[in-house]
Design a protein around this ligand. Structure first.
Ligand code: GDP
Length: 836
């Protein structure tokens, strides 16, 4: 502040102290008070002096001259003197004031300086101490070394440097090979140390460093001599070890799984990584600490280091998972788990919805907004059925690929107005491969052109012989639209499930399979788990794939919290430490330590596997891989999806596309919004980016525009697959495509009677149009698609609202809206396809 040189007290207090405090507060907040107080005290000091001067001027007691000759003279003289004195006093007073002020300033400066100095000194003292210790250590080493050199006797103590660095390892018998590498490591370590202390010192205390350097004979020299010292030390130590067998050699039981990373092996032996790497090298294996070796190699090394190997297998690590066979007596029948499969547009979704609406929603107001990937229905006869709410082959295939068989029954949907189509055949193949019984639902029977018998005969060609054709496979004619045949279908399922005699033991620790998993903004990682055996309870500790957790909450398919979930019950599980993948198996274990151990073990295993497969992880690697094959022309793509299951399903579908000349290369596939790095990757390899129920975030959108990267959004996997197929074969034709015409952000959510929830929005881009389609995005993930029920500007229903304006919007049949959600407004139009 600028008042330091002007006003008196105020100026001094405010201006004088504040700059000091500002400086101080970097390291010390408290100084503020101290400064003010001390200053006050000091301010008092000069004042009496000034006061005294003032007193002299007024009373004039000391200055009165003694000589009295003439009263007149005396009076004049006196007057003169008084005047002079006054002048002088005034001057003195001014001077005193000035001096006092000056003193005050100086004092304050001093105080601040002192404080700074004190602090600096404290810091320096600390640093000096650290350096001193280091120096002592070094000196001790030098001394020890010298002693050793002189005596060259076996009674050598472990060098302090090593004690500090290497800990327990120092005393162990080094194998023959452990000579050169430790040296190198030590040097590196010293280098680092040198660098670190240099970095620290350079700032303020270059002098100290010089001293240090001088002490140790300059940097380069020091390292050389250190290295030499170490070498000698090592030799001496070895000699010593040879002489006395009583070294505190610790023989460890080293647990080694089927593969182990070098670093981890070193950890488990409590040996230095460098020594282990060296030992491997001596055995002809050039490996880095991050690479893995198999158990046999590990055994060799472990023995070389004088430890005992304890081999553990996957099963050993995961032994704690309860795998005891259930007693017949404990088994109770459980609901069947059903997956609906079939060709696109044959009515899988409609059928699922019809079943769900008929059986679940009945009597529930507001409709169902919860989507947890599976749900249960109860038939009129009281049978409970669990449906996987992911139509298509996605869930089925990817789970089966991961070894999780969750489906008991497949309902194969075939449209009666169509026939057996490619995906119908695929579904049949899947069901057969998995040895899961099938029920054929001949859908769209309400249509006039429906020809169910054609479907039946068509199926014969694929060795599906339905009952009506005197076969074994149940067939039911249904209409998802009219509801016809739905009950029969459910009865058939119930019947089939009876034949299967599905049983589970609800009393044991739960195991289940992940149907879907995602990272929820508010709730953290959430997994929909289908309990397959046992009962999952709140508070249970579990491991699921490479993740683990403790059940914080269980939410059922109706969105309600439940305390437990038994066999065949799908529940959302909260309380995971990370997002598992669809198909991962969940197991309840006893302790968090076990859960963590297994999860970590699996993670390591997976890492090793990926490393072994040479899976590309970095952009560079990806690109190198993509460019590998010259002969085959490739369509590189980047895929982002809303959930892991979709990403996997797309990945698998992509693998199947292509022939000898063309193939699709998924450069990267992941879960979540499309980000700038996705765009970067896509641009680098000229790939389009596919968003499945996700959107690009703003920076990514800008980057894509700038770099000319095409982003395509889909909400149906088959559309995506079809597009890629068409692109791969260069057969892109005109298509109906969506244009985003606007975005609006929800600012507030109101409840309006008769209307439901209304979103108070700001149109942030383009226009909001009443007639257009809308999607609700939460964190760039599509959570609803539909139409608008109302579009209001103030009180009036309007057709359009422009960017920058506020409006009210409500969705048709959808209520789960929240502030900060984004509404995407789109229209469909026919455009030329431009896929790269
Ligand atoms: P998916 O791709 O297999 O999930 O098929 P969808 O459930 O999306 O259905 C495709 C189209 O067929 C939609 O337009 C449905 O309305 C229609 N659809 C589905 N089931 C029936 C039905 O039983 N009768 C009639 N007439 N149309 C149906």
């Amino acid at each position: 502040m600028s008042d330091s040189d002007g006003k008196k007290t105020l100026g001094l207090r405010g201006g004088g102290s504040r700059p000091g405090q500002v400086k101080q507060s970097f390291s010390h907040g408290r100084t503020k008070n101290v400064v003010v107080e001390t200053k006050r005290k000091r301010v008092v000091v000069p004042k009496p002096a000034a006061g005294k001067a003032g007193g002299a001027a007024g009373g004039d007691p000391s200055r009165r001259p003694a000589g009295i000759t003439d009263s007149e003279m005396e009076r004049r003289l006196k007057a003169l003197q008084v005047a002079k004195a006054r002048e002088a006093e005034d001057a003195a007073k001014r001077a005193a004031d000035e001096k006092a002020r000056e003193e005050e300033r100086a004092r304050r400066r001093e105080e601040i300086d002192a404080k700074e100095r004190a602090e600096r000194e404290r810091e320096e003292a600390l640093k000096a101490k650290a350096e001193e210790e280091e120096r002592k250590k070094r000196e001790a080493e030098v001394a020890a070394e010298r002693a050793r050199q002189e005596k060259a006797k076996p009674a050598v103590t472990t060098a302090p440097q090593q004690d500090a660095d290497g800990g327990a390892q120092t005393a162990r018998v080094p194998n023959k090979s452990g000579l050169a590498t430790p040296r190198k490591i030590d040097r590196e370590r010293d280098d680092q140390k040198g660098r670190a202390s240099k970095g620290r010192d350079d700032g303020r205390r270059a002098g100290k460093l010089t001293l240090n350097q001088a002490l140790s004979g300059g940097e380069g020299g020091r390292h050389r001599s250190m290295a030499a010292m170490k070498r000698k030390q090592e030799r001496a130590r070895q000699k010593a070890m040879g002489g006395t067998e009583t070294r505190e050699k610790v023989v460890r039981d080293v647990q080694v799984p089927e593969t182990i990373v070098v670093q981890e092996l070193a950890n488990r032996m409590a040996e230095r990584v460098a020594d282990v790497v060296k030992a491997l090298m001596n055995n002809g294996l050039m490996l880095t600490q991050n690479q893995s070796i198999d158990a046999d190699t590990a055994e060799l090394i472990v023995e070389e280091f004088g430890h005992k190997i304890v081999r553990v297998s996957d099963a050993d690590v995961e032994d704690v998972i309860d795998s005891v066979q259930d007693d017949e007596g404990d088994l109770e029948s459980r609901p069947p788990v059903i997956t609906i499969m079939g060709h696109v547009d044959h009515g899988k979704t409609s059928l699922l919805d019809a079943i769900r609406n008929a059986k679940v929603v009945a009597g529930e107001a507001g409709g169902i907004t919860q989507h947890i990937g599976a749900y249960q229905v109860t038939t009129d006869d009281g049978a409970v059925l669990s449906f996987l709410d992911t139509p298509g082959h996605a869930a089925f295939t990817s789970m089966r690929a991961r070894g999780a068989q969750v489906t008991d029954i497949v309902v194969l949907v075939v449209a009666a107005d169509d026939a057996v189509m490619p995906q119908t055949i695929e579904a049949i193949a899947h069901a057969k491969a998995a040895e899961v019984p099938m029920i054929v639902a001949i859908n769209k029977i309400d249509k006039p052109e429906a020809n169910p018998d054609k479907v039946r005969t068509d199926l014969l060609q694929h060795e599906v012989i339905v009952e009506k054709m005197s076969g074994e496979v149940q067939d039911v004619e249904v209409s998802a639209i009219s509801g016809q045949g739905l009950n029969e279908l459910l009865e058939s399922i119930a019947l089939q499930s009876e034949i299967l005699e599905l049983k589970a033991n609800p009393k044991r620790a739960a195991s289940g399979a992940v149907i879907e998993a995602q990272l929820d903004v508010g709730r953290g990682p959430v997994a929909t788990v289908l309990v397959q055996n046992g009962t999952l309870q709140q508070g249970d500790i579990f491991v699921v794939g490479e993740q683990w957790g403790k059940v914080r909450a269980l939410i059922d398919d109706k969105g309600e919290r439940v305390k437990e979930a038994g066999p065949s019950v799908p529940v959302e599980v909260l309380g995971l430490n990370g997002t598992p993948e669809a198909g991962d198996v969940l197991n309840v274990v006893d302790t968090e330590a076990q859960a963590r151990e297994i999860a970590e073990y699996r993670e390591q295993q997976a890492k090793d596997k990926r490393a072994a497969a040479g899976a590309a992880t970095t952009l560079d690697q990806l690109l190198a891989k993509a460019k590998d094959d010259e002969n085959v022309s490739e369509l590189p793509i980047v895929v982002k999806a809303d959930v892991q299951g979709s990403a996997e399903a797309i990945g698998q579908a992509m693998e199947k596309i292509g022939n000898d000349e063309v193939r699709v290369r998924v450069l990267h596939s992941g879960v979540g919004a499309i980000t700038e790095s996705d765009i970067g990757l896509a641009e680098a390899s000229g790939a389009p980016v596919f968003g499945f129920n996700v959107r690009a975030n703003a920076p990514a959108r800008a980057a894509a525009n700038q770099k000319g990267v095409e982003i395509r959004y889909y909400s149906v996997i088959y559309d995506l697959v079809d597009d890629v197929k068409a692109a791969a074969s260069g057969l892109l034709s005109a298509e109906v495509r969506e244009n985003f015409i606007g975005y609006a952000e929800i600012k507030e959510v109101f409840k309006v009677s008769n209307v439901g929830k209304v979103a108070g929005c700001l149109v942030t881009e383009g226009v909001a149009r009443r007639s257009a389609g809308v999607r609700l995005l939460r964190d760039n993930v599509v959570i609803h698609e539909g139409t608008l029920k109302t579009l209001k500007r103030f009180k009036d229903e309007v057709a359009e609202v422009q960017s920058g304006q506020e409006c009210g919007m409500a969705f048709e049949n959808y209520d789960d809206i929240r502030p900060a959600d984004v509404i995407e407004i789109f229209e469909r139009e026919e455009v030329e396809r431009t896929l790269a």
